[in-house]
Write a protein that binds this ligand. Structure first.
Ligand code: G1P
Length: 290
């Protein structure tokens, strides 16, 4: 499940007429990295929770017969095959009102049914081998309970995240004892922040229904948060968190986005050499090579 209904206001004006999930890291839209990660983890059924103005995501993953025919007619078989490999059958559900991440997850409940499922926040692009989700599913099978991805974050940045309190299970795996959404640095129960990957069990939906009711009645202020739904779930079952080997880019902010573009460009044999030379020259105060 890919919640993708956000308005992308941090990237205006670029996101005025195009979804932020479609901004490219080199030549691949952000959301395609996440979809490929899910596919590599063996996930076949994908639901995208969208909103108004997100049609470009649907078109991107649709078959484009014209484009394939055009490329094939010009002898570009490799490019045609690449374009074909992007298309897949996805399901879309509209969130309607932007009431929070927990609400987005609840919106997709009818499509998930009584199955375990993963939530991917496409903003967090993770370069890992095996992929982040594949690593998490291994932990899920081991602990037999919901697994959140966490990363150690400096205290001064912690208020941008959901944060866990925990007991260690083994190296890199924790049992969650509490969760707080976006705490002040001094109130954070640890430095382990939730990153945008969750492998969940369907009992999260009832916990989110309770959380939604608490928000509607005014008992809980603010949005319907997934973190708060997970906190309710803690009363009923064990919830786990894991760290993985990999590099995470938060492409949801401008600096993180720029770093990700440079990172992925430097991994490309056709771009790495000239880009490195250009960056070194610019950093050295010279005009870059042309
Ligand atoms: C969401 C979650 C937060 C999590 C973060 C990870 O926040 O609410 O708990 O740490 O994603 O990216 P958002 O970034 O949507 O504000």
């Amino acid at each position: 499940m890919f919640p993708a209904a956000g308005l992308g206001t941090r990237f205006l004006p670029a996101t005025k007429a195009q979804p932020k999930e479609m901004l490219p890291l080199v030549d691949k839209p952000i959301i395609q990295y996440g979809i490929e990660e899910a596919a590599a983890a063996g996930i076949e059924d994908i639901v995208i929770v969208t909103g108004r103005g997100k049609n470009a995501i649907e078109d991107h993953f649709d078959v484009s017969v014209e484009l394939e025919t055009f490329l094939e007619a010009r002898g570009k078989q490799d490019q045609a095959a690449e374009i074909r490999s992007i298309s897949r059958s996805l399901a879309y559900v509209r969130q309607g009102e932007p009431l929070g991440l927990g609400h987005a997850v609840l919106t997709a409940r009818p499509l998930v049914g009584d199955n375990a499922f993963a939530v991917i926040l496409a903003d967090d692009v993770i370069d890992a081998t095996p992929g982040a989700l594949a690593q998490m599913i291994e932990v899920f099978n081991e602990v037999d309970g919901p697994v959140l991805l966490v990363e150690r974050v400096p205290r001064e940045q912690i208020s941008g995240y959901g944060v866990i309190a925990y007991e260690p299970v083994r190296e890199g795996v924790y049992r969650v004892t509490d969760l707080v959404e976006k705490p002040k640095p001094e109130d954070a129960p640890s430095e382990l922040a939730i990153i945008g990957r969750y492998v969940l069990t369907p009992d999260i939906f009832d916990a989110l229904v309770e959380e939604a009711a608490a928000v509607r009645s005014g008992k809980v202020q603010g949005e319907i948060q997934l973190t708060n739904g997970l906190r309710r779930l803690l009363a009923r079952r064990n919830v786990y968190a894991c760290e993985i080997e990999g590099v995470r880019h938060d492409t949801g902010n401008k600096l993180g986005f720029l770093k990700a573009v440079v990172y992925f460009a430097l991994k490309r044999p056709d771009l790495a050499g000239p880009l490195r030379a250009y960056l070194e020259a610019v950093v050295g105060g010279k005009e870059g090579p042309r």
